[in-house]
Design a protein. Structure first.
Length: 275
């Protein structure tokens, strides 16, 4: 089966989060897709097959299926633009419908997704304490302007905002302990962020639930963060930029556009490069 390899949210010739992209006539059985994702070895591989009015899409990490993956959707948008021309493509996920737009901006490839609807709520205290212990952090490391939250935009994330960029850069944790915590809490990732300004954030996203220590760019978490900022009344001005992957040596940039309507879809966009 032909697997394209495309880095999403790339910034420069080596940045972005790689995803596998499989365009096929019909989706293989789930166990076969999981095996392919494990063989590819990226944090996610997306599988897409044409249906009556768009594409049926599923996302697999090396160890689990995930309900939604932003960077793989951006990679898919780029692949569809290359295969079918610039345009907007309807995607049927397991539980919802979204769209992705892909276009060629010579020499770059660009894509933008419209996320599932967003929601957020304060994070349970016990979960926050467990997460702080996992990362060897204390409550003094947290930015009080952005209280810990469970934020969703197609996938469930724990949001922890740190006061210090240096603390974010020093992130470390035990993968197996992280896997147990995220699996028990039903989290896809834990999103650690730091607000450089009201509209510019740095982020790191451990993805232990999928067997991946860290994602270089996480579109689903970017959409969830944007929805959380809207719910919180943060002065985002309608758009935020997120820098991720810098501490991994793979710089990535994500842009999230935020409308005023509570819970509305977030537009997340960025560049893509064929690997």
């Amino acid at each position: 089966m032909d697997v394209q390899r495309i880095a999403a949210f790339s910034q420069g010739p080596t940045g972005g989060n790689p995803a596998g992209v499989v365009l096929c006539e019909a989706l293989p059985p789930a166990d076969r897709m999981l095996a392919i994702a494990a063989e590819v070895g990226y944090s996610e591989t997306v599988f897409a097959a044409p249906n009556a009015d768009g594409w049926r899409v599923r996302y697999f990490a090396p160890e689990i299926e995930v309900p939604f993956c932003g960077h793989a959707t951006i990679a898919l948008g780029a692949a569809l633009a290359l295969a079918h021309g610039d345009g907007t493509f309807a995607l049927q996920l397991n539980d919802t419908r979204i769209t992705v737009t892909g276009w060629r901006n010579n020499p770059a490839l660009m894509a933008a997704l419209q996320s599932p609807r967003t929601q957020s709520a304060p994070a349970p205290r016990e979960l926050v304490e467990s997460a702080l212990d996992l990362f060897s952090l204390t409550s003094a490391d947290l930015d009080p302007r952005l209280p810990p939250a469970i934020a969703e935009a197609g996938a469930r994330h724990l949001m922890l905002a740190l006061t210090s960029r240096q603390t974010l850069a020093a992130m470390h944790y035990d993968l197996e302990r992280g896997r147990q915590l995220m699996t028990t809490a039903g989290l896809v990732t834990i999103s650690l962020v730091q607000a450089e300004t009201d509209t510019r954030f740095h982020a790191r996203n451990p993805f232990a639930a999928g067997g991946v220590y860290e994602d270089a760019a996480t579109g689903a978490a970017a959409a969830a963060l944007a929805g959380y900022l809207r719910d919180l009344g943060w002065p985002h001005g309608g758009v935020i930029d997120i820098l991720q992957g810098e501490d991994m040596g793979v710089p990535s940039r994500l842009r999230a556009e935020i409308t005023p309507e509570p819970g509305a879809s977030i537009r997340v966009s960025g560049a893509a490069r064929v690997m």
